[in-house]
Ligand binder design. Sequence first.
Ligand code: SF4
Length: 276
Amino acid sequence: MPQKSKTPVEIYQLLDKSNCRQCGEKTCLAFASAVYLNQRHLAECPHLPSELAAELLETDNTRKPFEPGVEYVKHLRAEVAKLDLAAAAARLGGTFANNHLTLKVLGKDFRIDTAGNLSADIHINPWVAVPVLNYILHSEGLPLANVWVTLRELKEGRERYPLFQRQCEEPLKRVADGYPDLFDDLVNLFSGHRAAQHLNSDISVVLFPLPKVPIMICYWRPDDGLESSLNVFFDATADRNLDTDSVYTLGVGLAHMLKKIARRHGAGGQDFAAVT
Ligand code: SF4
């Protein structure tokens, strides 16, 4: 799909037209204009029809990882400011004190005050902020089912999965292939833990980007002429403790961050704050 051959209106016609803001733009038309100007990529809309998403996968290897915009973060913060955060803390697996809700995000404290202001022991990028804020707004607070599923099996995950593979699982596999200490560093830097080897994987590591939304990364080393492989799993409650688009954003953001850490190789704790 060569983007330059389209006018903004033609690009708009390809979109969902729901103005859901998940791309970080206020409207689908604004997003279409940004695509026309080559400021954004069509694949950054998570609501493309599956045939079009598949076509983009075939024709374009250059797009940047999906990262929601700051305008969308502002909108979510304003919604969070309307909530009773003290009452929400137990549902979210967090604590409330001194007008702040505190959640553990990859082992680090992430704080939201009653006016919707964010502060954290990590750098706050939209890929972290959007899932955290959506979690506060929409999580049902269900206890974990301890049943691991792929993104495909979550609500509306099937159509998002091809892009998720391309933007999360494949980059993570390449990182794991070239960075033997990756999984030990994940455990040490992000308060993760090794898990029983799920589906006969060689390594399974569980991280908690949100208290009730764990991610399991499973890696199979190359073996007998077979390539390595890597899959990312979520608890079966993930689409009720968070929305599937935010689950997607967490996975893709994590992959993007780990690529940066791998480039620095041998990253220490300070690098987490620097690259998230
Ligand atoms: S994410 Fe897609 S559907 Fe939602 S506002 Fe952006 S372009 Fe429109």
